[in-house]
Design a protein around this ligand. Structure first.
Ligand SMILES: [Ca+2]
Ligand SMILES: [Ca+2]
Ligand SMILES: [Ca+2]
Length: 409
């Protein structure tokens, strides 16, 4: 289970070729026992939210909705443009449709709380803030939401978006959506979502058809260092996961996120709409009604070093359905079971599933840092060469070995 290579976000296209090669190799090599193929995401993200570098192109400053709309029109005509928003609240009366390539929206101050883009509320007439069909879209350092559908929608084949330090609030459906069209095989590839907060201000969502990140047919996305709060359905049906990649999505990296008080945590696949490859590691997940990490028809996925605190449900991690094969679930710390359902198969090793609330700093708010050095947890993990940090970017291993779960003491 050594990493195959050193790969960064900027060489993900090489990774696609590599994964292609590996998948083909795995399929054609029927003479040996199946092995989990670990994708080559290096474990080197930085636990400091740094300002993104200028994206290039023309720069236009805006300070009101009229100027913002004019800037969008210019950006869609010419592409390659940065729109800097002055501090203030921008109340939209319709969504912003982004068709230009290489278009960036960010606050000039860099203060996420000081630039607010909002619609007319979750039952209002504004469907989105950003509805994106261009490539290389960037949104950074702002707050957005109070819309009927999605805060940001990325359409299929809109590649390499960057969503950085954005606070999503109160959307009528999923907060960040990567959509696909049935019969259209194009995909949104190489996206990065980092240092964002996704939450419902009332502590609960407006209906069940909500979620944090909902991605269909998306490939090579990275979701890291984000916080998800209160993504919960008010009724009997469950909300979608805080982070959900499905409908033939693949090679997703989900790491160092904190999820708290959500119905479901992290999902790869759902029912027949599966997922291939990918890594879920070093996350802290607290769910209030259902599974913390769910693999459904997800194959060749690794789930390493997560801490999961599950309330009102029997399983912290599930691997489910017959096409869930060759998954590896190792060194996770949970308070409920790790369970195969409906024929899911995998390598399940060195997990601790009887964690007590008292072991964690503040489990009801998703802080699953260890406050107790339980001897079944400390230094008891299986050595994994491709996990070199914990959720805090503390180096692993420390002491005499790898600590189970997301936190190395
Ligand atoms: Ca694409
Ligand atoms: Ca240790
Ligand atoms: Ca730590």
């Amino acid at each position: 289970m050594r990493p195959i290579n050193v790969v960064t976000r900027y060489s993900l296209k090489c990774l696609v070729c590599l994964m292609c090669f590996l998948m083909c190799s795995a399929c054609s090599d029927s003479s040996t026992a199946p092995q989990v193929r670990v994708p080559a995401f290096q474990d080197n993200s930085n636990c400091v939210c740094t300002t993104i570098s200028p994206r290039g192109g023309a720069v236009r400053n805006v300070s009101n909705v009229g100027e913002l709309r004019e800037a969008v029109q210019q950006a869609n005509r010419q592409g390659n443009m940065t729109v800097l928003l002055e501090d203030g609240t921008y109340i939209l009366d319709q969504m912003l449709w982004i068709s230009g390539d290489q278009v960036t929206f960010r606050s000039r101050s860099g203060n996420r709380d000081a630039v607010i883009l909002r619609g007319q509320g979750m039952s209002g007439s504004v469907s989105h803030i950003f509805n994106v069909v261009g490539n290389n879209f960037t949104a950074a350092d702002m707050t957005l939401g109070w819309v009927a559908n999605h805060g940001i929608q990325i359409h299929c084949d809109s590649d390499a978006p960057l969503i950085h330090n954005v606070h999503f609030v109160d959307t009528g459906e999923q907060m960040l959506k990567m959509s696909y069209r049935p019969g259209d095989s194009t995909s949104s590839d190489d996206g990065l979502v980092e240092w964002c907060v996704f939450e419902y201000s009332a502590g609960i969502g407006p209906q069940y058809y909500i979620g944090g990140i909902d991605a269909h047919q998306a490939h090579n996305w990275i979701v890291r260092h984000n916080v998800f709060r209160h993504i919960r359905s008010p009724g009997g049906d469950l909300a979608e996961h805080a982070i959900h990649f499905w409908s033939d999505s693949g090679n997703t990296l989900v790491e160092k996120n904190i999820i708290t008080n959500c119905d479901r945590g992290i999902g790869f696949g759902l029912g027949d709409h599966g997922h291939i490859g990918g890594i879920i590691r070093n996350n802290m997940v607290h769910t209030a009604r259902d599974v913390g990490i769910g693999l459904e028809n997800a194959r060749q996925t690794v789930v390493y070093h997560n801490s999961v605190f599950t309330e009102n449900y029997a399983n912290s991690i599930e691997y489910r359905f017959s096409r869930t094969q060759n998954v590896s679930i190792v060194n996770n710390l949970t308070n409920a079971a790790i369970m195969s359902r409906n024929g899911g198969g995998g390598q399940i090793e060195r997990n601790v599933t009887n964690a007590q609330a008292s072991w964690f700093a503040d489990p009801g708010n998703g802080d699953l840092h260890l406050v107790t050095a339980d001897p079944t947890v400390i230094d008891q993990g299986l050595p994994l060469g491709d996990v070199t940090q914990d959720i805090d970017c503390d180096p692993r291993p420390r002491g005499n070995g790898y600590d189970i779960g997301a936190d190395e003491l």
